[in-house]
Design a protein around this ligand. Structure first.
Ligand code: TRP
Ligand code: SF4
Length: 403
């Protein structure tokens, strides 16, 4: 794997079992695209599931396997992305522990999801240590891969903010070393004449004039250097900005547009509402679910004009149909040119068509779950190699290398 954190993307999903099309359009579809643009690591956040579902240990493994089958069905490929399970990379837990030493409790208490979720999931006791630490575990998930980008929905942005603050604090506390300037200057020389000159110029342009482009150029230059040690690389990233070593890279949210997908009752599609359409639902089921879906309640008879803005079926069109179909539906709804059965037709066809390759791919994995287990095992090993590397630097920084 490369060393370029700008090119590296990490994201996780809690193991909720079989996925629905709301989750597909909200996140998974985006992952499938990203795997061809970045170096991607995607994992099942099984420890995260335990922070809220610690009383249901029996569902975790089943849900993990079902979800990974959906990932593969949707087109994630172990050849293009690293697919793994969080708990198979125990280094996440070690980093979480070490980060916990420097994280003020108040930072965790003020993450909005902390109180929100406690209220929403009031059927279980979430006054636990693990639940409070959830966003810090999430920070470790990402920082351990020095990933520059995290594709998430808007609900996760506060967690990414925390990640950045924790990384900054960590670097601030542990990035200072005696003789930093001398070490950094020596490292510059190791890059060779030409690269060293470009680096110095870019650094000066950034520090003197705040030239962000120069900063980006210098970072890219560093990423391309084959013969820098990890320590020197960290020094030079830090030296660029005038500070100490950057041991943990600051990440950024890669905000995913999450279209609001209504469920078959018109409410937001969600497993807990029982109103979902599965990612690889049988075509007859897709049809049945759509046929019974409520429409504009004011449109009682076929001859009544309707209002698409008050219709969950139209909301589905908005999320899933092409522009021409949406216009056709809206215009003919308002003029009573079509009935609701007609309106649902192209939606049913589109969903069944989109899902055909998913169902096909899933079949082989369903028949042979060991292939899925092997993909997870291999991905977890690859992820671990990167995680181990980071942990060496982290252990050294906090004084527990013992070598
Ligand atoms: N908290 C995320 C969610 O509930 C899942 C998650 C865990 C995650 N670790 C992560 C997402 C790391 C991105 C990066 O959706
Ligand atoms: Fe909804 Fe379509 Fe019926 Fe209009 S015609 S009410 S948009 S289902």
């Amino acid at each position: 794997m490369s060393n370029d954190s700008e090119q590296r993307v990490v994201s996780g999903m809690r193991p909720t079992g079989r996925m629905h099309i709301g989750q597909y359009h909200g996140a998974l579809k985006n992952w499938v695209q990203l795997q061809h643009q970045y170096e991607c690591l995607f994992f099942v956040a099984d420890w995260h599931a335990l922070t809220t579902h610690y009383q249901q240990p029996e569902i975790i493994e089943r849900n993990t396997l079902d979800m990974v089958v959906d990932w593969l069905a949707a087109g994630l490929s172990p050849g293009a992305a690293t697919i793994f399970v969080q708990s198979r990379v125990p280094e996440h837990a070690e980093l979480h522990l070490l980060l916990s030493m420097i994280t003020p409790i108040s930072w965790l208490e003020r993450v909005p999801s902390y109180k929100d979720q406690q209220q929403k999931l009031n059927d279980r006791d979430l006054s636990t240590y693990g639940f409070l630490g959830y966003p810090l575990l999430q920070s470790a998930d990402v920082l351990i891969y020095r990933a520059g980008k995290v594709p998430v929905g808007a609900d996760q942005v506060a967690h990414i903010e925390l990640m950045r603050e924790v990384a900054r604090r960590f670097n601030h506390i542990y990035g200072k070393e005696p003789g930093f300037e001398e070490h950094a200057r020596a490292a510059v020389r190791k890059m060779g004449r030409k690269a060293a000159r470009l680096y110095r110029e870019a650094r000066r342009d950034y520090l003197e004039r705040g030239d962000r482009e120069a900063l980006e150029r210098a970072r890219a230059l560093l990423s391309e250097q084959p013969n820098l040690s990890i320590g020197d690389r960290e020094r030079l990233f830090g030296y660029l900005e005038g500070g100490g070593r950057i041991i943990l890279a600051e990440t950024q949210a890669l905000l995913t547009e999450t279209p609001l997908i209504p469920g078959i009752d018109g409410d937001k599609m969600s497993k807990s509402y029982g109103n979902t359409i599965g990612l690889r639902e049988a075509p007859s089921e897709v049809e049945r679910k759509l046929r019974t879906m409520p429409t504009d309640p004011a449109r009682v008879r076929r001859s009544d004009p309707g209002n698409p803005d008050n219709c969950p079926v139209f909301a589905l069109h908005q999320a899933l149909s092409e522009e021409s179909v949406r216009t056709w539906a809206a215009t003919n709804c308002r003029s009573a040119g079509i009935g609701c059965v007609d309106c649902k037709g192209p939606l049913i066809d589109a969903i069944i068509k989109e899902q055909a390759p998913f169902r096909e791919r899933a079949e082989q994995y369903e028949r042979d779950p060991n292939t899925v287990r092997a993909i997870i095992a291999e991905g977890s090993e690859a992820a671990r190699d990167v995680a181990r590397d980071t942990m060496e630097a982290v252990r050294a920084a906090v004084g527990v290398s013992h070598r």
